[in-house]
Design a protein around this ligand. Structure first.
Ligand SMILES: [Zn+2]
Length: 100
């Protein structure tokens, strides 16, 4: 779970989810109201996590899987991603850019 670099308060799972689901790249700390940014490392982890949800689609292309199973797989994976991703979020007071 992310810890605010400014006030050192750890964000809860619920707070992290709420803060990161806004499309704004600036994440406002719920404790000190300071702007925080997701670290590059954390963004990379997200980039790996998101395609996991599309895995059933790939499986369906290569194997003859009943639609019910594919949809349940989607649902399960979606839940896993939603539950696990706040644990992978890391924040910093300064925004990081690729190549820096
Ligand atoms: Zn803070």
């Amino acid at each position: 779970m992310p810890t605010c670099e400014n006030c050192n308060n750890k964000w809860s799972w619920k707070q992290t989810l709420k803060i990161t689901t806004t499309l704004n790249p600036e994440l406002t700390c719920p404790y000190c109201k300071e702007k925080q940014f997701q670290t590059l490392k954390s963004k990379k982890k997200m980039a790996f996590l998101t395609p996991t949800v599309l895995l059933p689609l790939l499986l369906q292309i290569f194997f003859d899987i009943p639609r019910v199973i594919v949809f349940s797989l989607y649902f399960i994976l979606f839940c896993i991603v939603m539950i696990s991703y706040p644990f992978l979020v890391e924040v910093k007071s300064k925004e990081e850019y690729i190549g820096e």
